[in-house]
Design a binder for this molecule. Structure first.
Ligand SMILES: NC(=O)c1ccc[n+]([C@@H]2O[C@H](COP(=O)([O-])OP(=O)(O)OC[C@H]3O[C@@H](n4cnc5c(N)ncnc54)[C@H](O)[C@@H]3O)[C@@H](O)[C@H]2O)c1
Length: 351
């Protein structure tokens, strides 16, 4: 942990999608490490949540679409970062069915634009592009998906991320020739405070605290849940190792939990257990078949464990108790800067 802390101190880091759920945690962690951070996101509804739990005054905030090549290039060139994290995307499967064109456009054009800007830059040293575990082609025979398994995607979101991965491949060498070291990071379903997206189970649980009941449509769906800080740790290790050790770390990396995957029902029960006022949970007998999403997905993360020395520190129960505390504090005054900072400092052992 100390290594990360020291490495990122004073480094210039550019983050796309910095106002989103993952982006906010990454931004706040890097601020705690003493990095100089600039973010680039849409001016969308995420901003008010971002402002409620990130020390945004310590960040250089810029706003624009990743599909806007000139704007993205201008903002990166003004800042001259040595490390870039690309998280900006339309990240929801259900929304991707509703708006396939928007999803495919932002999730692929953003990567194409960023790769070109980075390729033409003279200051970037490492680049991490965040995709997802859903970039794999689902095959009944595969129990744990490895980095070299076939890519695919039935829904527009998964397809857009598989496409982003394919677009990235030729750039590994193109960038390496210029001394820029790049990788993609594939993680599963992330839990933690600060997620307010529609149609995600933890934000649904938070909204249920107010209503006092929650309807579960796919209680048996199994996912590789993991806490946001474990995932952020993986991204930061990857960025640091690319910067320091170069070519050896280029390519794709899985980041999945080491415990057995749990169901949506397990997750909600554990979250509920940690609330001071319990939610009433109703399970719908009829499954939600309106939107197809794979029911079972597990990642093989041996590569990250072996070479990045990455591991998950927060098991299922610990991750959910931290998440429930976060939302309980947020519910009181719509501000969670204190608990966010405390969770980051405890996790990364920052004094
Ligand atoms: N949250 C998860 O469980 C999860 C799991 C796997 C992968 N991911 C991936 O992680 C990344 C971040 O996800 P998240 O959950 O934080 O999403 P989020 O919706 O909370 O945040 C998305 C961020 O991207 C920005 N953005 C979206 N479209 C943009 C565009 N066209 N131009 C510029 N900015 C744009 C938004 O303004 C916001 O800052 C995404 O790439 C997503 O696919 C997330």
């Amino acid at each position: 942990m100390d290594k990360l802390n020291n490495f990122y101190k004073n480094k210039k880091v550019f983050i796309t999608g910095h106002t989103g759920f993952k982006g906010s945690w990454l931004t706040e962690t890097l601020i705690n490490f003493g990095a100089k951070v600039k973010g680039y996101s849409l001016k969308d509804s995420k901003i008010s949540f971002y402002k409620s739990f990130v020390n945004f005054k310590k960040v250089e905030n810029s706003f624009g679409d990743v599909s806007n090549y000139n704007k993205l290039k201008k903002e990166i060139e003004k800042f001259r970062p040595s490390i870039i994290y690309h998280l900006a995307a339309q990240p929801l499967v259900i929304d991707s069915y509703k708006e396939p064109h928007k999803t495919l456009k932002s999730n692929t054009t953003g990567v194409i634009n960023l790769l070109d800007v980075v390729h033409k830059s003279r200051f970037v040293k490492s680049l991490v592009i965040v995709t997802t575990d859903k970039c794999y082609k689902i095959k009944k025979k595969i129990k744990f998906y490895k980095e070299d398994n076939e890519l695919g995607g039935y829904d527009p979101y998964s397809a857009s991320k598989a496409a982003a991965e394919i677009i990235f491949f030729p750039y590994i060498d193109l960038l390496a020739k210029k001394g820029i070291w790049a990788a993609t990071a594939r993680a599963g379903n992330v839990i933690g405070g600060g997620d307010f997206s529609e149609n995600r189970i933890i934000p649904d649980c938070y909204r249920a605290i107010k209503k006092n009941f929650l309807i579960l449509r796919n209680p048996d769906a199994v996912r590789p849940w993991q806490h946001i800080l474990d995932v952020i740790n993986g991204y930061l290790l990857l960025g640091m190792n690319l910067y320091k050790f170069k070519k050896k770390f280029c390519g794709a990396w899985n980041f999945g939990p080491d415990q057995k995957n749990k169901s949506v029902k397990n997750l909600v029960d554990e979250f509920n257990k940690n609330l001071s006022k319990k939610i009433l949970i109703k399970v719908l007998k009829k499954k939600n078949k309106a939107f197809k999403e794979s029911n079972y997905l597990q990642l093989n993360s041996k590569k990250a464990r072996k070479f990045l020395k990455w591991k998950t520190y927060l098991n299922f129960s610990k991750g959910l108790s931290m998440t429930a505390s976060w939302y309980e504090e947020y519910q009181v005054n719509n501000l969670s800067k204190k608990i966010t900072s405390k969770q980051i400092k405890t996790f990364f052992k920052i004094k």
